[in-house]
Design a protein around this ligand. Structure first.
Ligand SMILES: NC(=O)c1ccc[n+]([C@@H]2O[C@H](COP(=O)([O-])OP(=O)(O)OC[C@H]3O[C@@H](n4cnc5c(N)ncnc54)[C@H](OP(=O)(O)O)[C@@H]3O)[C@@H](O)[C@H]2O)c1
Length: 247
C-alpha cells in the first residue's frame, strides 16, 4: 500500500477492560482485541493479567496489562493517569459475597459496594469527560440478573448491581448528548470462578435454557454494545440470561 494511503488509516480504538484477568472480563478483552481494538487489561493479579495479554498477542491482537486495585480510589486515579484517553470503557470487575442477611459482615458489604459501584463511578468520572470532549465513546457496565430478581443470600450483591443500572441511566442523561453511550449487560449464571459450580448450576436450572453461559456468550453482546454498530443504543439494560428474567 502506498505510504500516503497507509497514513490515512485511523489509529486503532482503545478499550480499558476492568477485571480482564479472569472470566467474563478476559473473554471481553479477547473479543475486543479480535476486532482490532487495542486493549488495556486491568486487575490485581499480575500473573493472570499477563496470561490474558499473552492470549491476545498470540492471536495477533494488541494488549497491555496495568495492575490496579479498584477498591482503592488512589489506585483508580493512578490507573487513569497511566492509561490516558480511551474510546471504550468496560466496567466489568466485581465480586459477589453471599451470606444470609443477618450474617453479612460489614466488611464484605463495603467491599462489594467499593468494587461493584464506587469503582465504576470514579472510572466514569475519570474517563467520560475526555470521551465527551471528543464527541464519542462507549461504556458498558456489567450488571446481573441479581439486580432484577430476588436471590436469597444475594441481597447486598443484587443491590450493587441495581445501583450500577441506575448509574447507567443517569450517565446516559448526563453524557449521551455529547456522544458517549452507556449500557448495562445483565448476565445470568456464567461459568467463571465468581461462584461455586453448585450455585451456578442451581441458578442455571431456573433459566429457560437450563444452563449457564460461557463467558464468550456475554462478551459477544458487550462487544456489540461497545461498537458503533450499536450507535442508537444507550441507557439500555440488555439481559443475557438464558431467558431467566423473561419468566
Ligand atoms: N459469573 C456470573 O455468573 C456472573 C453473573 C452476572 C454478573 N456477573 C458479573 O460479571 C463481572 C465479572 O465476573 P466474573 O464472573 O468474570 O468473575 P471472576 O472470574 O471472579 O472475575 C472477577 C474479575 O474482577 C476483578 N476484580 C475484583 N475485584 C477487584 C478489585 N478490587 N480491583 C481490581 N479488580 C478486581 C478480578 O481481578 P483480580 O482477581 O485480578 O483482581 C477478576 O478479573 C462481575 O461484575 C460480576 O458481578 C457475573
Amino acid at each position: 500500500m502506498p505510504l500516503e494511503r497507509a497514513n490515512l488509516r485511523p489509529p486503532p480504538l482503545t478499550a480499558l477492560v476492568t477485571g480482564a484477568t479472569s472470566g467474563i472480563g478476559r473473554a471481553v478483552a479477547e473479543r475486543l482485541a479480535a476486532d482490532g481494538i487495542s486493549v488495556v487489561v486491568t486487575g490485581r493479579n499480575a500473573q493472570r493479567g499477563a496470561e490474558t495479554v499473552s492470549e491476545i498477542t498470540a492471536a495477533g491482537g494488541h494488549a497491555r496489562f496495568v495492575a490496579a486495585d479498584l477498591d482503592d480510589p488512589a489506585d483508580i486515579d493512578r490507573l487513569a493517569a497511566e492509561v490516558g484517553e480511551i474510546d471504550i470503557l468496560i466496567n466489568n470487575a466485581g465480586q459477589a459475597r453471599q451470606a444470609p442477611t443477618e450474617e453479612m459482615k460489614v466488611s464484605d458489604y463495603d467491599a462489594m459496594f467499593a468494587s461493584n459501584v464506587r469503582a465504576p463511578f470514579f472510572l466514569v468520572a475519570a474517563f467520560a469527560p475526555a470521551m465527551a470532549a471528543k464527541g464519542s465513546g462507549s461504556v458498558v457496565n456489567i450488571g446481573s440478573i441479581a439486580a432484577s430478581i430476588g436471590l436469597a443470600t444475594s441481597a447486598a450483591y443484587g443491590a450493587t448491581k441495581a445501583a450500577l443500572e441506575s448509574l447507567t441511566r443517569a450517565w446516559t442523561a448526563e453524557y449521551s448528548e455529547r456522544g458517549v453511550r452507556f449500557n448495562t449487560v445483565a448476565p445470568g449464571p456464567v461459568h467463571t470462578p465468581i461462584a461455586t459450580p453448585e450455585r451456578l448450576d442451581a441458578l442455571a436450572q431456573t433459566t429457560v435454557m437450563k444452563r449457564s453461559a460461557e463467558p464468550a456468550e456475554i462478551a459477544e453482546v458487550v462487544a456489540f454494545l461497545a461498537s458503533s454498530k450499536a450507535s442508537y443504543v444507550t441507557g439500555a439494560t440488555v439481559a443475557v440470561d438464558g431467558g431467566r428474567t423473561a419468566i
